[in-house]
Design a protein around this ligand. Sequence first.
Ligand code: PMP
Length: 366
Amino acid sequence: GEVGAEITLGQLPLRDDLRGKSPYGAPQLDVPVRLNTNENPFPPPAALVADVAGAVREAARELHRYPDRDAVALRRDLAAYLSTATGVSLTERNVWAANGSNEILQQLLQAFGGPGRSALGFEPSYSMHPIIAGGTRTEWVPAPRRDDFTLDAERAATLVADRAPDVVFLTSPNNPTGGSIPLTDLEMVLRAAPGIVVIDEAYAEFSSQPSAVHLLAEYPGRLVVSRTMSKAFAFAGGRLGYLAAAPAVVDALQLVRLPYHLSALTQAAARAALRHADATLGSVALLAAERERVADALRGMGYEPVPSDANFILFGPFSDAAAAWKSYVEKGVLIRDVGISGRLRVSIGTAEENDTFLQVSKEVRG
Ligand code: PMP
């Protein structure tokens, strides 16, 4: 057998708090229609692919040297994009970048959470928030949403004031339920929070609500806005997440980041991809229109889709969501069982993929 196979996980001197835990695991199955991880279904345009390849070729000539540790040029480009997209003027001192927004969130908890500290989030939400809290030994405080999955901002503010967590996570649009949080509601929580408030805006480009970036000037010591190139930018494989915050927050993250965490190849590829932002983001309006088409069609079949501002829809009811998920897979469509009783989540794909999904939805409904 394999070298070392006689040792099991249970026999390793693992931290007690990690024993019995499961890793993050969206199944990566090889089926024809994959609508389970909220990616952009459109591959990058040929001009972007060529530009990334050229930029990586150029960067490869310097691979004997460590990359720019502070990724200044990339952060300048991200700041320019975000300034244009939101109308809020930001510089590279307001922006930090990492390998996906997951790494951004981990660095935030390394700096502002940790042993003896707590992070609060409103569930159901992105499952990595409590997992990253666990990994950084930050106590996780789950808080409720309304039955329709919207955030009761008044109740949230009261709870945040009472529990006084070091970090609050608000996801807008929320994954897996799809709704955005209005700025006035975000402000209620911001005013009540004694610590850092992270607005996870992974799906912001799909939303009709303004970005929380508009609140940065008023709450510079508290607000952090997390974003990613994985969704609207069609760059999930490139692994590039970033945040907007006060420059002091960026200074704080430099205390915990690993030196040279963003490879020269990543920095070059992300900058090239950003130069094609207009082309990539052209898919956003199309995906939003498809989202409404899919939601209407589901409603027509008797399903109840949750109103979404993102590139996915939570829908049901199913008497047995796990069994329904399996029926979809058997018919070649991979969607997501997010652990919410009686419901499943589908990412918006190409029109053709969505048609296949809708056809299977009709069959599953019976
Ligand atoms: N935040 C939310 C709400 C997400 O749904 C995701 C991806 N599923 C992420 C953050 C992390 O994405 P990435 O690390 O690819 O930026």
